[in-house]
Write a protein of this length. Sequence first.
Length: 477
Amino acid sequence: MLEKFFKLKENNTTVRTELMAGLTTFFAMAYIVFVNPNQVAAEGANGWLAALGADGSKLGQIWNAVYIASILGAIVGTLLMGLYAKLPFALACGMGLNAFFCTCFVSGAFFAGEDVMTGYHSGVVVIFLSGLVFLLLSITGLREYIAKAMPDCLKKAIPAGIGLFIAFLGMQNAGLIQANQYTLVQFVNIKDGDWVTQVAPALVAFIGFIIIAILNKLKVKGNIIIGIAASTVLYYVFTLQVPSFDISGVGQAFKDFGAVGITGLLDGEAWSKAFTGAHVGSLFNAIMLIITFCLVDMFDTVGTLYGASAQADMLDENGDPINVNKAMTADSVGTVAGAVFGTSTVTTFVESASGVAEGGRTGLTSVVVSICFAVCLFLSPVASIVPGCATAPALIFVGVLMLKNFAKVDMEDMLSAVPAFLTLVMMPLTYSISNGIGIGAISYVLIALFTGKYKKKDIVVTIIALLFVLKFALVYM
């Protein structure tokens, strides 16, 4: 049955490979289960916003509701990607977008003198509307047309940029790269750093990365998941800690989800505040917020699809991902579903590339990921056992694999080289896939215009560039 539905042999894969790929992807992105509610609810009842005077009990309710909503949104979006688009990509609430959601609607409402719960619900309304716009673009095929109309240099640079971004993300998660007030970033301070919280995680990540590289060189199957498992063991050995299980808060999370999460869109005041609230400012601002969330979701998804598909050799003769329109439809439905449940934008995750690198080639990989997320609804410690420093090696290694795409860029032609370079470096430097694409598009249009190389087909990338100019000028993110 699985063979017939997912066409495993045709895609040169097996049930075991898809299972391993699904587990790899899940453990690489499992952090989102806890990070997303922290970001949206400003760390909850005992977080920084509560310390400033916001209603801690309501922030706690929001945290619990978003915890459940995040998982449900991931399940719905990932299942659709697996069963409808039949692609090995997973979805969850997007990083960056969740922090932006908090800034605009949760902490934004508090600083504007409004109730944080109303702010949270008004944000859900905006996400819901941006998801509907996204879905309309997908159903009509406009998203697919926009994606395929991107210049070839950007298509080749996007996967490499995502690879660099993923590697940077992994190094940050493990503490290999740390903040520095003078140089912005620095290497971990092994000499003076705390062993348990800084040095040990960094060493575990580096050793795990080398393990994966060695196993890959030796052509050992399952090298990434083996690397994650080995890194997990090393972490607990190095830190002399024992994994803990605490499921006492699961019942309350479901109660708060029913009380304030899934009911958010039914709050009439939230619909009014989404357009007129002091934290929003004006109707124009509300419209720009909807467009911004839609834009970022669109190009994060486009970037991830191109990057992961290139890694999996799942591009068509034109260099575009197969089933791209179905994938985008699944993504947009995931966003709408996430809003209905009560969370920020659900989008295709860059960490999907780790499962692809493990050999995932069909929707069965995504189904495995969704099952893992479903388990987290009731057994959240399953995800928390694996520390961030243990999944970091997988992300860094995938970055190595994806950077090879940049070798295909024509670096002799500045119309190709400059936009590709900016796309590559701006993704990690601005911590945003969509920003990298936007800056690359803007530079491409300007160089094409002033060198007489502008063509009729460049109208689409021009529109994209103009939209990003508006985004950068009017909405800081």
